[in-house]
Write a protein that binds this ligand. Sequence first.
Ligand SMILES: NC(=O)c1ccc[n+]([C@@H]2O[C@H](COP(=O)([O-])OP(=O)(O)OC[C@H]3O[C@@H](n4cnc5c(N)ncnc54)[C@H](OP(=O)(O)O)[C@@H]3O)[C@@H](O)[C@H]2O)c1
Length: 245
Amino acid sequence: MGQNVFISGADRGLGFALTKIMVENNWNVFAGAYMPQWTELKELAEIHPINLKIIPLDVSADASVKKAAELVSKSTDIIDMIINNAGISGYDKDIKIKGSQDFNEIQKIYNTNSIGPIRVIEAFLPLIDKSKVKRLCFVSSEAGSINAAQRDAWYGYCMSKAALNMGVKILFNRLRPEGYTFRLYHPGWIQTYMSGKKNTEADFDPDRAALNAIAYFMSKRCNKELENEEDRLVMRDWKGSEWPW
Ligand SMILES: NC(=O)c1ccc[n+]([C@@H]2O[C@H](COP(=O)([O-])OP(=O)(O)OC[C@H]3O[C@@H](n4cnc5c(N)ncnc54)[C@H](OP(=O)(O)O)[C@@H]3O)[C@@H](O)[C@H]2O)c1
């Protein structure tokens, strides 16, 4: 597996835990930072000044994403792995159709969760193209599964993750023939900050969730008895179970 990874949404939650574990395992990590007021990432960079670089990044803004790629390209010609992790859940979780939807908020979620990762891949493609690994990872969610959907609210988040999955499928159709490999992933319910404050009730602490995610992101999906699994795009969770689209 490669040496250079770019991770979005690395300030806290799953993204920070991914960053910490990968840096500690000698990856060169370019960590997309969105929250200058949050200090954990800066403290980690002080401990690992050589192999952790903080890159300002707002995945919802074209100029920010382009600038991030330019900044990374001043340090390296090659990115081996991209982890599209940044995401927001919005506050519309319980607003049903007889309530009053906040459509501006829904558009913001869509811009971040669905379009954000496509922006990132477009901007970083010249750097990934030079890698032999070419691994594109996307943190999606069970909430994006249309067949498994049971909720009667949370339009913004659920629709945004379904749209992300479609975006990844279109990327897959174009880039798989060029040797790119894909990991589309549901990380489980994590004790992170998606609701604005730290969730202490969820199933996984961020470190455990990150270890599970890294195991899948770095796994081989080739099985001699099967066709090359890399040629089939799937969404899997931390147990390795496949989710319906
Ligand atoms: N937590 C769960 O149970 C769960 C379950 C399934 C999937 N996921 C997915 O896991 C991923 C990581 O989420 P998390 O649980 O670690 O949440 P988190 O603790 O909120 O971390 C997400 C990070 O992304 C940042 N971010 C927000 N908007 C951004 C933007 N426009 N550009 C760049 N960064 C931005 C967040 O900043 P702010 O805090 O300022 O927004 C935050 O630092 C997300 O894609 C999420 O959908 C999470």
